[in-house]
Write a protein that binds this ligand. Structure first.
Ligand code: DX5
Ligand code: ZN
Length: 209
């Protein structure tokens, strides 16, 4: 299981040390929120750029924004490995094209109330599928275990269509819920509050792996 700590819950007044504390992870997950697609506002391209200069880990950018197309160029400056957009946002096809033009690996995400079917028109182009296991907007929420049915469905679709996307989950991941994710076939787990609310993050990452 690969681990992608979400810096949403990190102490931004001490970000350099916070990033150092999670350097044994596989990716850094950046939750970008516009206060419109979700009822919260997090951070943008400038802070993302600073983060990219403070870590060796690949960036996993999660755009929880209504109009992701307008943000692709600015976030691409941080050379992320993934940019993930929600299929519930605007201009999905145009945004996918823009992400591919930038040679960034495409991630597609769905909220808890959105079906796996809504991914199907675009799924062949995705390198990452992000299943939200909480309603997006805030860290520290409880894991919605019914979402594991979507993971199992995606494992089947990946096999049937001979695709190679990785499956990521985001929200409420801890040393208990991680077992459900593993059993369902998750490849990458995002963890925010579980890791950033503990002292020994290295140990926390090991426990999740
Ligand atoms: C929700 C955010 C959170 C964050 C992780 O919009 O995407 O899920 O990444 O939050 P925790 O791990 O604290 O539930
Ligand atoms: Zn996220």
């Amino acid at each position: 299981m690969k681990i992608a700590p979400s810096v949403l819950t990190a102490d931004f007044s001490n970000l350099k040390n916070e990033l150092e504390s999670i350097k044994t992870a596989d990716y850094i997950h950046l939750d970008i929120m516009d206060g419109h697609f979700v009822p919260n506002l997090s951070f943008g391209p400038a802070i993302t750029e600073q983060i990219s200069m403070q870590t060796q880990l690949p960036l996993d950018i999660h755009l929880m924004v209504t109009n992701p197309l307008m943000w692709i160029d600015s976030f691409s400056k941080s050379n992320p490995k993934f940019i993930t957009i929600h299929v519930e946002s605007n201009q999905v096809s145009e945004t996918i094209d823009r992400i591919k033009e930038k040679n960034i690996e495409l991630g597609l995400s769905i909220k808890p109330n959105t079906s796996v079917e809504s991914l199907l028109p675009y799924i062949d182009q995705a390198k990452l599928i992000l299943i939200m296991t909480v309603e997006p907007g805030f860290g520290g929420q409880s894991f919605i275990s019914e979402m594991m049915l979507k993971v199992e469905e995606l494992v089947k679709i990946r096999k049937q269509r001979n695709l190679s996307f990785e499956i990521e989950v985001d929200g409420g991941i801890n040393d208990q819920t991680i077992a459900l994710c593993k059993a369902a076939g998750v490849d990458i787990a995002v963890a925010g509050s579980y890791l950033f609310n503990m002292e020994d993050r290295k140990k926390g990452i090991e426990s999740l792996k």
